[in-house]
Design a protein around this ligand. Sequence first.
Ligand SMILES: Nc1ncnc2c1ncn2[C@@H]1O[C@H](COP(=O)(O)OP(=O)(O)OP(=O)(O)O)[C@@H](O)[C@H]1O
Ligand SMILES: O=P(O)(O)OC[C@H]1O[C@H](OP(=O)(O)OP(=O)(O)O)[C@H](O)[C@@H]1O
Length: 285
Amino acid sequence: MNKLKIAIQKSGRLNEDSLKILKECGISVNNGIDQLKAEASDFPMEVLFLRNSDIPQYLRDGVVDVAILGENLLVEKGDDIRVVEKLGFSRCRVSVAVPKTFPYRSVKDLDGLKIATSYPNTVNAFLAGKGITAELHQISGSVEIAPNIGLADAIVDIVSSGSTLFKNNLREVEIILKSEAVLAVSPAISEESNVLLNRLLFRIQSVLKARNSRYILMNVPNDKIEEVGRILPVLKSPTVMPLAEEGWSSVHSVIDKNKFWEVIDELKAVGAEGILVCPIEKMVL
Ligand SMILES: Nc1ncnc2c1ncn2[C@@H]1O[C@H](COP(=O)(O)OP(=O)(O)OP(=O)(O)O)[C@@H](O)[C@H]1O
Ligand SMILES: O=P(O)(O)OC[C@H]1O[C@H](OP(=O)(O)OP(=O)(O)O)[C@H](O)[C@@H]1O
């Protein structure tokens, strides 16, 4: 039987959340410590554990059919590779940072500087787009230390909370790109594997929709149901069920998890009571 070959990061920032999303799709991966290849249960899938930075080449060569990797890496070495879904985790940005004491005003201040980075193609494309020339020092890790040891005047690296920059007396001055984990596809994927990819994609989309939504229930006086319906940014019209107490109903709906705090005060103001907000496990629309 054909199996979908998927690459995920062997260890690092993406590993745990990649296995987690597969698990939420009903796919468990039986991998032992240091095992580089594993079979999945409940889905025709073979999992290869690879270095994140090697994955674009494995996709290009068709060694794997799909992969979970950081979008930033595709900008750096895989702009020919197609992304089929953004996965919503490992959100970060690739940014330019300079020492806090550097009197930075605009991108023109980077002209002629020494810039340390692990992402030379991304930096070169950014600088070329701005008509700026700089001297790049490619290093593979601990980039933030470069200005402190006199190796560079500025850096380009991944920033998330900003705490690594802060600890190294650096300040973020330009965001080159924003990134998150993505599901990317090999240009050489076979038709058979593409069918499996679509099955996987359907499951992933159900998980992502559920992660971003909440089930909301509340008791509402009958004469306020229409008003509540107008306030709730719902997928469809809400479900309304009569309560044992005369004149009241239970209103159920699904809302975007980020919208909840925006509407809660309005719901209370029109008389909604006993508001419950619950997570959803899967959502198939
Ligand atoms: N601090 C962070 N917060 C959120 N996401 C991050 C952060 N650092 C890196 N990432 C994302 O996670 C990906 C993997 O980063 P990580 O530092 O684990 O490995 P790597 O050095 O790029 O890869 P590898 O060693 O596997 O080749 C990055 O490409 C980026 O998309
Ligand atoms: O803005 P922050 O939240 O501080 O995150 C940014 C840091 O995270 C990443 O490194 P990581 O911790 O993954 O270690 P690495 O240098 O070994 O990749 C990245 O290279 C930055 O150094």
